[in-house]
Design a protein around this ligand. Structure first.
Ligand code: SF4
Ligand code: SF4
Length: 152
């Protein structure tokens, strides 16, 4: 069994990841691994980058079509989509459903998929909506690990 089936924690080996060039431009990483009837991410995408064979299948992303707009993040009920852009620093856009929301410029702690603190992060953008989307900046080595925040 995979770890997500036992503990609910997704591992990188469960995912189809973008290449370095795609990460430089910024793309959505879909960490949706459970086959459930759900597809708002498909409908939200303005470039048709996300596809599904059927309503129960896992979403597949075409990283060449993805423009990193983040529209899929806020519609995902599973909070399973992140936009990751890696250059000298990494920018991670993530869904955040807690209140109060952080403020732009605020220093927070970045957490990994297990909820462990991994590094300091700076909040670069706060997009309010049904599901708020927070963009944080972290050192590039944490780009594939930082998936949540804790306000210190
Ligand atoms: S980030 Fe934008 S372009 Fe990329 S998959 Fe999501 S909605 Fe589509
Ligand atoms: S909206 Fe989220 S939970 Fe639903 S299929 Fe897309 S990625 Fe998975």
């Amino acid at each position: 069994m995979k770890r997500w089936e036992i503990e609910g924690i997704v591992e990188l080996k469960d995912l189809e990841l973008p290449n370095e060039e795609q990460l430089r431009k910024g793309v959505a990483i879909i960490e949706c691994v459970q086959e459930i009837p759900c597809n708002p991410c498909v409908d939200a995408c303005p470039t048709n980058a996300i596809s599904m064979e059927n309503i129960n299948a896992l979403p597949k992303i075409d990283y060449e079509k993805c423009i990193g707009c983040g529209k899929c993040i806020e519609v995902c009920p599973g909070l399973a989509i992140f936009v990751v852009k890696v250059n000298e620093k990494a920018l991670i856009s993530l869904p955040y459903e807690f209140l109060p929301l952080p403020k732009e410029g605020q220093k927070v702690k970045a957490l990994d998929r297990e909820g462990k603190e991994i590094c300091d992060a700076i909040v670069k953008k706060v997009k309010k909506g049904k599901t708020p989307v927070i963009t944080i900046e972290v050192p590039p080595q944490y780009a594939m690990e930082a998936r949540n925040i804790r306000i210190a």
